[in-house]
Design a protein around this ligand. Structure first.
Ligand SMILES: Nc1ncnc2c1ncn2[C@@H]1O[C@H](COP(=O)(O)OP(=O)(O)O)[C@@H](O)[C@H]1O
Ligand SMILES: [Mg+2]
Length: 397
């Protein structure tokens, strides 16, 4: 049996003064909306009771407003629970004094947020050093530890860049490095990947799992996305209206949804999330631009071993496609640029479309299908292999 790292016992959090009024109403079975109407008190979390095991990734999942952030902030007492206790490594946090709390927060916890919260005027390395700076660690050690953390998240060589020079995914790696640099036992990640675009998000999910295999932290990860929860969680806590409605392994949640809410969540996400074009697409390894000559375009294709290439504007607006045959022909005929002859009428799939819209398209062509967003920017491609793999795996990628 794994060791218990965090013990949460009967934790409730009510926002507003005289919270006992809300607690009383909760015992009488009054719901959150009515409590807010009658008392002005916001119910954050109700009677949460669970353990977190050392070394696990525990996912807290639920719709927006269900109390996930409030609950995670109760763990390090950024939210002071209205009732109940939180114990870490046998030490009760809820009775610790201010100084002890600061110590525990700085040394045991690392936090990663949805909006990366980096300092724009600090270099990557200085951002990564931040937690150590607060601990008043000397500059040399600070730098060494921050560099190690940057290395862990694959950002070696970016130390002297500024956040705005990095993509969203890379900025979130800095956020992760900043949390890891203090070498905390526990990582709290609140919707840490929710702001990232789908492909980067999937990369980050995989990387978090592989990182976890190396660093073996205890990770509490919040998401409102079942697909993400199933992928990275050892266990999942499902919340609704401040209450925990189910705790279990991903398999438990899918096989035995505890009630209609969980079932609905699972069903909805099944249809809306797991089986979207976006969830099975892959990256377009290379693209051509309208101003490219046919030789350049052909070279790009040969380099990647592909027989057709998608054409986009510099801002990635999707334009069309060029085949290797067409490019070769144009070279012979001294035609350039490719803007004059690439194929324009091409069916695209939208990133949020369900995957079944791919079947008729793929019946017509063996080439990859371009995937675009609502503004017609090219986000990725779906190949026959992508589609078949997803079907073989029953839709969970
Ligand atoms: N600081 C606060 N003051 C008042 N109400 C709050 C505060 N923080 C959260 N709440 C309320 O608590 C409930 C849960 O919010 P939250 O934990 O942020 O949900 P989630 O993270 O699942 O979206 C919501 O009804 C929200 O309005
Ligand atoms: Mg939240």
């Amino acid at each position: 049996m794994a060791k218990v790292k965090i013990q949460v016992r009967d934790v409730s959090k009510i926002f507003g003064s005289h919270p006992e009024r809300a607690l009383k109403m909760l015992t009488d079975g009054v719901d959150k909306t009515e409590i807010l109407e009658k008392t002005g008190l916001a119910v954050g979390v109700v009677s949460a009771d669970f353990d977190v095991y050392e070394g696990e990734i525990l996912v807290i999942m639920g719709l927006s407003g269900s109390g996930k952030s409030t609950l995670i902030r109760c763990l390090n007492l950024l939210n002071k629970p209205t009732t109940g206790t939180v114990t870490i490594d046998g030490e009760e946090l809820t009775t610790a004094d201010h100084k002890q709390l600061l110590q525990i927060r700085q040394h045991k916890f690392g936090m990663v947020f949805q909006h990366f919260a980096l300092f724009p005027h600090r270099k990557v390395i200085e951002n990564a050093e931040y937690g150590l700076e607060i601990q008043e660690i000397d500059p040399a050690t600070r730098k060494e530890k921050a560099l190690e953390a940057l290395q862990l998240v694959g950002l070696e060589g970016w130390e002297d860049s500024y956040p705005h020079q990095l993509s969203g995914g890379m900025q979130q790696r800095v956020g992760l490095a900043r949390a890891l640099a203090v070498d905390p036992d526990i990582l709290l990640m609140d919707e840490a990947f929710s702001a990232l675009d789908p492909l980067i998000r999937r990369d980050m999910q995989h990387e978090l799992i592989s990182l976890q295999a190396r660093v073996k932290k205890t990770i509490i990860f919040i998401t409102h996305d079942l697909d993400e929860a199933l992928k990275i969680g050892d266990r999942i806590i499902l919340m609704k209206d401040g209450k925990i409605v189910q705790i279990g392994s991903p398999e438990d949640i899918l096989e035995n949804p505890a009630n209609r809410y969980v079932e609905k969540f699972v069903e909805d996400v099944d249809k809306a999330k797991i089986l979207t074009v976006g969830s099975i697409m892959s990256r377009a390894k290379v693209v051509a631009f309208p101003a490219d000559g046919p030789r350049t375009a052909l070279h790009k294709m040969q380099d990647e071993g592909i027989s057709s290439i998608f054409v986009v504007d510099r801002d990635y607006t999707f334009r069309g496609q060029l085949t290797a045959d067409k490019a070769s022909e144009a070279i012979k005929n001294h035609q350039k640029p490719i803007d004059h002859f690439y194929e324009r009428s091409l069916q695209t799939a939208k990133v949020d479309d369900p995957i079944n819209i791919l079947f008729p398209i793929m019946a017509e062509t063996t080439r990859p299908v371009p995937v675009v967003d609502s503004e017609n920017n090219l986000l990725g491609i779906v190949t026959r292999v992508d589609l078949l793999t997803c079907l073989a795996e029953g839709g969970n990628d």
